[in-house]
Write a protein that binds this ligand. Sequence first.
Ligand SMILES: NC(=O)C1=CN([C@@H]2O[C@H](COP(=O)(O)OP(=O)(O)OC[C@H]3O[C@@H](n4cnc5c(N)ncnc54)[C@H](O)[C@@H]3O)[C@@H](O)[C@H]2O)C=CC1
Ligand SMILES: O=C(O)[C@@H]1CCC=N1
Length: 281
Amino acid sequence: MTQNNNTSYAFIGAGNMSGAIIGGMVNSGVEPSRIIATNRTKEKQQALKAKFGITTDLDNQEAIKQADVVILGVKPQMMADVLTDLVSNGADFSDKLVVTVAAGLLVKRYTDIIGDVRFVRCMPNTPSLVGHGVSGLYVGSSQARFDKSVIEQDIQITTELFSHVGATVWLKSESEIDQLAAVSGSGPAYFFAFMEAMANKAKEFGFSEGVANVMVQETAIGAAKMTFNKDKSFAELRENVTSPGGSTAAALNVFNNNNLQATVNEALDAAVTRAQEMSKL
Ligand SMILES: NC(=O)C1=CN([C@@H]2O[C@H](COP(=O)(O)OP(=O)(O)OC[C@H]3O[C@@H](n4cnc5c(N)ncnc54)[C@H](O)[C@@H]3O)[C@@H](O)[C@H]2O)C=CC1
Ligand SMILES: O=C(O)[C@@H]1CCC=N1
């Protein structure tokens, strides 16, 4: 099965992450009738149906039956229970490509429950909703039992699926997923936290919330867009804003004196450590 205009997708667990991927897929032209989403609470399903016109009225078993690609989007802590329940109620993954987006769970944890099916681990991020996602992808070593051509097709299907919502990065080892998650999976939260802090200070200066938000939003998107100008590194762009002895230099000195790089290193290491702990739970 190569992905084509008939490939159908079932999202099991349609919360923040699956919702972002679904939104990005539909926005990039995937036919909504090819997307099914299930969720424990009905409100989220209804909201997705209203917004994107996808199918949401099937239970997990029926959704899996009708799909070529099954995307597992529940929380890591719930994954084993959800899969065990599905398998004990007859779910058959043998002719599916199964893709998980959960953090911290090793491929073996899944295949121990659902069998050695065609399987890809993905670490996406929520900017998928606006077509600027980054999806780290890993095809498990357990896949070696499949023909090379089957694995190549699955790589192609998954690349096409996640290319609908942004950039794709194939990883060689499973441990790299935790590192990618620390950078791009969690990364949007770091930028949001920084934006929150800047907007709070702008309000403290006396700007209204609306003006504070616009200043921060336009600055963030403008700066991000400028980084796509390939002839300038992040450092050069920073230097272009920073007049020697000027006000930007005064602000950056404060970040440096508070060890910005060391703080970022410590934060990302903590994310990796937590993902590794989660894989052992
Ligand atoms: N939120 C993010 O930025 C990212 C999340 N992830 C991963 O994505 C997964 C989901 O995270 P979120 O979307 O943030 O969580 P979420 O809590 O928003 O979504 C999970 C959804 O699964 C549903 N669910 C639970 N049991 C179910 C069942 N038996 N059948 C159908 N639906 C069921 C819940 O009702 C919930 O809506 C996690 O495994 C997380 O590690 C990965 C990368 C980024
Ligand atoms: O916080 C988490 O565990 C997941 C992984 C990356 C983003 N959200």
